[in-house]
Design a protein around this ligand. Structure first.
Ligand SMILES: C[S@@+](CC[C@H](N)C(=O)[O-])C[C@H]1O[C@@H](n2cnc3c(N)ncnc32)[C@H](O)[C@@H]1O
Length: 207
């Protein structure tokens, strides 16, 4: 991992994914979380303040030491115990069928093999447990999708592997989880930003 990815990208992510509007989305994706939760791509802990009181423990999966250090104050203030449970969502050091939920926000775009990560999600969830996700990905309009594919190689280089054109609903669907609900929409803003702001908010359950 180069200096840019190690020192700059985590700070850019923090700035770019903060704010009141984003917090409202974080609260929505966290609704209904209970018990022991694994969070893929914990980052600097931006979801901690959105966790409902029914969450009893959070296992944070986060490769960036800088992001983990920057989460320290949030972890200290959090109502739930947070442990760093690993560095890679593609290989979770968590026993089978032992967690109540998995949370992923703006992370399935970046994990190199999203299918592998979702296989791990299915493995660690107890039957009836759910994946809560808030992600950006492939847009439904051909012109926007074309731009996403054009820009993606540069985006991946600049933002440490972040893909623009992943079809999040298809990825989740083929993992074997059952989609319980899904909302898809462009976030408000100028048209030129559309390749970056097509969002998927949803929940999918292990049967
Ligand atoms: C765009 S950031 C999102 C951070 C946070 N989830 C949020 O909503 O603000 C993507 C995160 O995924 C993490 N990440 C990258 N590769 C990963 C992997 N293989 N497994 C788990 N997390 C990973 C990055 O370090 C980064 O913290």
């Amino acid at each position: 991992m180069g200096l840019w990815a190690k020192q700059v990208v985590p700070r850019l992510v923090e700035v770019g994914s903060g704010g009141e509007e984003m917090l409202a989305y974080r609260q929505r994706v966290c609704e209904g979380l209970t018990g022991r939760v694994v969070e893929l791509g914990f980052g600097s802990g931006a979801n901690l303040e959105a966790l409902p009181p029914e969450v009893t423990g959070l296992v944070a999966i986060e490769p960036s030491d800088l992001a983990w250090r920057r989460s320290e104050q949030r972890r200290a203030r959090a109502a739930v115990p947070v442990e760093r449970g690993g560095l890679d969502g593609q290989r979770l050091d968590v026993p089978d069928a032992t967690v109540d939920a998995v949370l992923s926000t703006l992370t399935l775009c970046t994990i190199p093999d999203a299918d592998a990560a979702l296989r791990e999600v299915v493995r660690v969830l107890r039957p009836g447990g759910a994946l809560h996700f808030l992600e950006h990905g492939l847009a439904p309009d051909d012109d926007v999708a074309r731009w996403q594919r054009r820009i993606e190689p540069v985006q991946k280089r600049v933002f440490d592997g972040c893909h623009l054109a992943r079809p999040i609903d298809e990825l989740v669907g083929r993992s074997g989880l059952v989609m319980e609900w899904l909302e898809r929409a462009y976030q408000p803003g100028p048209r030129v930003m559309r390749p970056w702001v097509y969002g998927y908010l949803g929940r999918a359950r292990r049967t």
